[in-house]
Design a protein around this ligand. Structure first.
Ligand SMILES: O=C(O)CCC(=O)C(=O)O
Ligand SMILES: [Fe+2]
Length: 386
């Protein structure tokens, strides 16, 4: 029966599988025969216990287990191509789509059980979820963070480079304050991150779980939630969320004592308020090339990293030199809107190796104050940063 459904779904005898929703041009692309697709998939990913096939709309259509068992999720005849998602280390990556899609969530969903997912950029892969969190949850996260804010850590190894590039009065690479909030998949697990008051804590948990459900990742693989606050004139210059790979020292220098064992494969960035000016999140490399037009030559000797046959900058200095500390004229600029959740992938789907496309920054807040929160997911087991 699944084979029949598969034929109807793809309308052909072959199935295009883009592991973890990789790009159509991805090297991991596979072409399967509809009569033997199950065996072929399991041979390609021998470690997978369960392989799910996801439709273009993000709906799980079919799954198959090693023992031959298979089942049908929500049938989606006519949805093509399908995306294979394997269990284990590799992680699910949302396929990009031209049109916004409604996504159903399978958690207890206080704020509803679906949201709208919009693709903002293919490379880096940036998506926006709208209608995912309730106003009560957003306020609880902000309240819980507000009482615990401390000056955010910053990469001091970049100070000299900032001075050379932008003048000696550049204070720091980042000038916000932040707080860590406990997030757990078990009621009793311990953490050095602070717990909020019980009602706020429950709302923080609910929000984290719903985001995990959307990401098809588990809160067991997330760090504590980081609430971030920017006063007027504060900012966070271009960086990668894995300082081990993108820090000022480059090649493992940045991040220093907060070195991680497993990469932050996905960032979920929640916007908690609006009514301020500036404070855009900008991804300078989105829709462009490296080095960018106008900066060609200047970065000729810059450290580069090849991903997917293309080159990206591996060092913060080179991005800062090419684009400035943070600007909105180039790349993708996201204007924060209360309740929107930005998802962006910092690693390659099958290997979890670092991706150098998602350089991003929070440009200066020019009026008012900005509140946001990060939830970082790992592909493997949880590694606390604090
Ligand atoms: O506040 C933002 O828009 C981005 C924050 C960010 O990139 C971070 O905290 O790592
Ligand atoms: Fe970031």
């Amino acid at each position: 029966m699944p084979d029949d459904l598969l034929r109807r779904a793809v309308g052909a005898s072959t199935l295009h599988v883009l592991p973890n929703g990789g790009n159509a041009g991805s090297r991991a692309r596979m072409l399967l025969n509809a009569s033997s697709w199950r065996q072929q998939l399991h041979a390609a990913v021998p470690s997978a216990q369960r392989i799910g096939l996801w439709s273009d709309g993000g709906v799980e259509v079919l799954w198959t287990k090693r023992d031959g068992a298979s089942g049908v999720g929500t049938p989606c005849v006519g949805c093509s191509p399908l995306y294979a998602v394997v269990g284990g280390r590799p992680f699910f990556v949302w396929p990009t789509s031209e049109r916004p899609r409604r996504v159903a969530l399978d958690d207890d969903g206080a704020a509803g059980t679906s949201c709208t997912l919009r693709t903002l950029s293919e490379r880096p892969r940036v998506l926006m979820a709208e209608g995912l969190l309730s106003s009560a949850e957003l306020s609880a996260i902000q309240r819980a963070g507000a009482s615990r804010l401390q000056r955010s850590s910053t990469d001091w190894s970049l100070v000299a480079a900032l001075g050379r590039l932008f003048g000696p009065r550049q204070p720091a690479h980042r000038t916000s304050r932040s707080a860590w909030l406990h997030v757990s998949d078990e009621a009793s697990s311990s953490s050095s991150a602070a717990s909020a008051s019980s009602s706020d804590a429950a709302l923080v948990q609910a929000a984290a779980r719903r985001v995990a459900s959307l990401a098809r990742l588990s809160v067991a693989h997330s760090e504590p939630m980081q609430v971030v606050h920017y006063n007027t004139s504060e900012y966070y210059y271009y960086h990668l969320d894995n300082p081990d790979v993108g820090g000022g020292g480059g090649g493992g220098g940045g991040g220093g004592r907060r070195r991680r064992q497993v990469p932050r494969v996905l960032t979920a960035l929640f916007y908690l308020n609006d009514g301020f000016e500036g404070g855009h999140t900008n991804f300078p490399l989105s829709g462009g090339h490296w080095p960018p037009a106008g900066a060609a030559g200047r970065g000729a000797a810059a450290a580069q990293h090849a991903t997917g046959g293309d080159h990206q900058p591996a060092r913060a200095q080179d991005v800062l030199r090419a684009f400035g500390p943070c600007q909105t004229a180039r790349g993708l600029s996201v204007r924060p809107k209360r309740g929107d959740v930005l998802l962006f992938y910092n690693a390659q789907p099958m290997t979890a190796a670092a991706d150098y496309w998602p350089w991003h920054g929070s440009c200066e807040v020019t009026r008012g104050e900005k509140w946001a929160a990060n939830l970082w997911f790992h592909a493997g087991t949880r590694t606390r940063t604090r």
